[in-house]
Ligand binder design. Structure first.
Ligand SMILES: Cc1cc2nc3c(=O)[nH]c(=O)nc-3n(C[C@H](O)[C@H](O)[C@H](O)COP(=O)(O)O)c2cc1C
Length: 77
């Protein structure tokens, strides 16, 4: 939830993000590279920057399940 809030605030600032859990598979390597103190635990990484709108990779859009396939709103009639 924290990451989601961070990502929404980034968008508001004109920045793009990509959360990446995979970094936590190599915690010691990442810690060494960024000089992370021993008392911290690597949970996830997140790319943060300006989107390259010209890159074909960034035009890829994944599909979304329709809202009513996973949620029901009761008492809002
Ligand atoms: C907390 C979190 C961690 C993620 N970690 C990875 C990851 O390590 N590798 C990866 O390919 N996608 C990861 N993803 C998924 C991508 O960031 C991204 O959501 C996915 O490419 C689909 O894009 P979409 O959310 O626009 O559909 C992660 C997503 C979240 C929310």
């Amino acid at each position: 939830m924290y990451m989601q809030t961070f990502m929404l605030l980034a968008v508001e600032q004109g920045l793009a993000t990509c959360p990446q859990e995979i970094w936590s598979v190599w915690p010691r390597t990442v810690a060494r590279f960024i000089g992370m103190p021993d008392e911290l635990m690597l949970f996830a990484g997140m790319s943060l920057g300006y989107e390259d709108t010209q890159s074909p990779l960034n035009s890829f859009r994944t599909t979304r399940a329709p809202l009513d396939s996973f949620a029901s709103f009761l008492g809002f009639n």
